[in-house]
Design a protein around this ligand. Structure first.
Ligand SMILES: Cc1ncc(COP(=O)(O)O)c(C=O)c1O
Length: 393
């Protein structure tokens, strides 16, 4: 077999990775405003949990429109979930029902409490927990439901809360993807039972690492404050003034989960810009969806993102072509992610009780996460759209 020089050249050219700049799945949006907040926080000289932590909590409450609900900030979303479960009364031997199509933080947090993870399937439309299938998993040991608002899209809250009411269960909403998502005019976390959020490096707003829990009673909030600070009583009030209580009692098993002033200062800088970040992400998601909805071999989750605060943009690739699609994007120097590999497929969680996982198994073999950044450059959005369209045309 002979190869002409031109044919060889063509092969090499088409296989050579794109020389345009790499487009990552996530890109933090940290401006000079954040650097100013950080240096101001260092200048105060109180680096640990303090007045800026309180300021961040108050801004979260104001942003979400909390009315008689309470925010407790933590050092990660995972720790928020852990102490939220404890405050909700979950303990050793209890069962908590959670989607397998999820990040493993939820399952680990359940495990920390000594409770059993019970994994549930999702619905095909919003990719959130299937309440009818969850009902089949309820036993006398079931204590709580832990639904996720996948990618920022609200799950079937009415189905979840109807079940909770029928069986006397607590609900801990994982809102880690949905900070700012609105349902019937109210932000997720501003109503319902318990809600948790994450401010990790790639979330809609970041405090580098951080999270929070939102609860309905001051008693639960005070318990959370103790749980995040080694079970120490009354320390939070002093620390909010950038000082410490030298005489204190330890009244609970507690953890080292507080959010420092330094991290909170980043969070404060970010929450000031949250509307701008969300609006820019919504616009990109709508551009993506309107371009991809007409393609064959792929399906979009949503066309209208006006009420959704999109953490990621996810689409579903049909016909077993996901691997080839991701490779195609890679050649264009565009990264793609997978959210999620289902948790029941991980070896540590493989033996957990679970129900039918047919939707989870199908969806998790199709989902691809495309690059989505706050204030993403139009040229990058166009490159993603062109490259996706090229593959499916
Ligand atoms: C769905 C979900 N829940 C919980 C978490 C945990 O949050 P963190 O990374 O702040 O611990 C994440 C983080 O990616 C997440 O995606």
């Amino acid at each position: 077999m002979t190869h002409s020089k031109e044919a060889m050249q063509q092969t090499v050219t088409s296989e050579r990775p794109d020389t345009q700049p790499h487009i990552p799945v996530f890109a933090p949006h940290i401006g000079v405003d954040t650097l100013k907040h950080l240096t101001d926080a260092f200048d105060v000289g109180w680096l640990g949990m303090g007045a800026t932590t309180k300021d961040f909590e108050e801004r979260i409450a104001a942003y979400l429109g909390l009315d008689n609900r309470f925010v407790v900030a933590t050092n990660t979303g995972t720790s928020a979930l852990h102490i939220a479960l404890i405050a909700a009364g979950v303990g050793p031997g209890d069962e908590v029902i959670v989607p397998s199509f999820n990040y493993v933080a939820d399952h680990q947090a359940i495990g920390y409490t000594g409770a059993h993870v019970v994994m549930c399937d999702i619905r095909d439309g919003d990719l959130g927990i299937d309440a009818a299938k969850a009902e089949e998993l309820i036993t006398p040991r079931t204590k709580a439901l832990l639904p996720l608002h996948f990618s920022g899209i609200p799950c079937d809250q009415s189905g979840v809360y109807a079940l909770a009411q029928k069986y006397g269960l607590r609900v801990i909403e994982d809102g880690c993807h949905a900070f700012g998502t609105t349902v019937a005019g109210r932000k997720i976390g501003s109503y319902g039972d318990v809600a948790c959020f994450s401010f990790d490096p790639v979330k809609i707003i970041t405090s580098i690492d951080g999270g929070c829990v939102i609860v309905n009673t001051i008693e639960e909030a005070q318990r959370l404050q103790r749980l995040r600070l080694l079970g120490v009583d009354k320390d939070t009030t002093e620390r909010y003034k950038n000082s410490r209580a030298w005489e204190y009692d330890v009244v609970d098993q507690g953890f080292r989960y507080h959010l420092t002033n330094i991290m909170a200062s980043v969070g404060v800088s970010q929450i000031k810009r949250v509307d701008e970040f969300i609006a820019s992400r919504q616009a990109v998601c709508e551009q993506y969806s309107s371009a991809f909805a007409k393609l064959h071999g792929v399906s979009v989750l949503r066309l209208d993102y006006s009420d959704v605060s999109p953490f990621i943009y996810s689409l579903r690739v049909k016909d077993g072509r996901r691997g080839a699609f991701i490779e195609h994007l890679k050649r264009k120097n565009i990264a793609a992610g997978i959210h999620f590999m289902p948790v029941h497929k991980h070896s540590y969680f493989a033996d957990c009780r679970r129900g039918d996982m047919s939707v989870t198994d199908a969806v998790s073999s199709e989902v691809v996460t495309l690059p989505l950044h706050s204030n993403m450059q139009a040229a990058l959005v166009e490159r993603v759209i062109d490259s996706v369209s090229e593959f499916f045309s």
